[in-house]
Design a protein around this ligand. Structure first.
Ligand code: GLA
Length: 403
């Protein structure tokens, strides 16, 4: 695990090396000729989980790890994809006249979905491309590797075909594709965090109207540490869509007696007054999480602005408890990582991040405690779960770019 951390630190300073590596690989796979290199980040959410499809607030940031890509236009309508993360699959071919999701198309359903979504939104892409990807986001970790692929593809197409799409629209196109092409009813958080990321800043986004503000994350003397449970999850086969439906039903029940648009319109007191309108107890717990988590996010950003990292950390911890007990999306792997983290001196806050059911936790850890944190949490995790977790000390990076 120490090796992994060192690997990441070195990697961050190596964008130029990676660029050379991917350009060489592109030539080897697709042949000589001009080609351009691009990058889009992954993301981590600091607080505000499962609020983005409930009209609430989120507080994610882009990372310096992400998806690297090399692309060039073709003269025909073929799409040829190659991933350095799945080299054994070789080139996967498709075409502009075959933009349908297919199980055997594997990861290429994500870039294909963007071609499809652009067409649906009225953008003209009449030539195919050769596209090579290389991601250094751990796969299935919940750091949004798929949204990163969607955003980098949209960015590339906008650049290559002069479509002039704004970064915010790239996020919306990515989400549209994920919802309608890949069948995952996700909210806007991941694509927005990736497309709109700014170095050193988290994004305080109100998903009800997409208004947002950047908030600098200056953790004097502390680091953001991501612990990856190595329990793989895919949104499609998780209970994600089920949770979303539960919240929609709860909203419908509350709306019978109250004029609100989303659960994010309620504060805690209002929710307590109307909660019995939600008939089923589990569903009531889901709605409670959505309401309380939104309010926690607003409070957390206020605390951060006041430089009160201790309160920020406490709200992160409360967020995890709510996701564990009321929303029930954690599981023993994420609970072990977080509960072990809480025992370590110097941990300011720790919680699961992303959809849950596996994936990662995010912790704010004092500089001097980082090594002990990794050692203690790593050892306890291995002995309880039976396999190792990986740890990443991360930095907040910026949105998509040309390399
Ligand atoms: C996934 C989804 C997001 C969001 C989170 C949970 O990452 O893609 O839209 O709902 O889960 O906060």
């Amino acid at each position: 695990m120490f090796w992994r951390m060192g690997y990441l630190r070195r990697n961050e300073g190596r964008m130029a090396d990676i660029k050379e590596k991917i350009l060489n690989k592109f030539k080897e796979v697709f042949g000589e000729g001009e080609a351009q290199a691009f990058f889009a980040p992954g993301r981590v959410n600091l607080i505000g989980e499962h609020t983005d499809y409930n009209g609430g607030h989120v507080f994610p940031c882009a990372l310096t790890i992400g998806t690297y890509a090399v692309a060039r236009k073709r003269d025909d309508r073929k799409l040829r994809f190659f991933s350095m993360n799945f080299e054994h699959l070789g080139i996967i071919e498709s075409g502009l006249d075959d933009l349908k999701p297919r199980r055997d198309a594997g990861w290429t359903n994500y870039p294909k979905g963007i071609f499809w979504a652009l067409g649906e939104k009225g953008y003209e892409v009449n030539q195919g491309i050769d596209l090579l990807l290389f991601g250094n986001i751990p796969n299935g970790s919940g750091l949004s590797s798929s949204a990163s692929v969607e955003v980098v593809t949209g960015y590339i197409l906008s650049e290559l075909f002069g479509l002039g799409i704004s970064n915010q629209d790239l996020a919306l196109i990515g989400q549209y594709s994920e919802n309608n092409f890949n069948g995952v009813n996700c909210g806007i958080m991941d694509q927005f965090a990736i497309a709109m990321g700014q170095k050193g800043q988290a994004i305080f986004l109100d998903t009800a109207d997409l208004s947002y503000e950047y908030a600098p994350v200056q953790l004097e003397g502390a680091k953001i540490v991501i612990a990856c449970s190595n329990k793989k999850r895919g949104l499609g086969d998780s209970k994600y869509n089920e949770r979303r439906e539960e919240c929609e039903t709860a909203l419908g029940e509350i709306q019978q007696g109250m004029d609100i648009n989303t659960l994010g319109d309620l504060n805690e007191e209002q929710f307590e007054q109307v909660k019995m309108a939600v008939k089923d107890e589990d569903r009531r717990k889901r709605a409670k999480h959505a309401v309380y988590e939104n309010q926690r996010t607003i409070k957390a950003v206020k605390a951060l602005k006041e430089n009160d990292i201790t309160s920020f950390g406490k709200l992160m911890n409360e967020s995890h408890v709510s996701l564990r007990d009321d929303y029930e999306v954690t599981g023993k792997e994420l609970d072990t990582l977080v509960e072990e983290a809480w025992k370590v001196d110097g941990v300011i806050g720790s919680r699961m991040t992303g959809a849950g059911f596996g994936g990662c936790t995010v912790s704010i850890v004092k500089d001097e405690a980082v090594d002990t944190f990794i050692d203690k949490v790593g050892t306890a995790y291995k002995s309880k779960i039976g396999y190792a977790a990986d740890f990443y000390v991360v930095e907040i990076g910026s949105g998509p770019c040309h390399l």
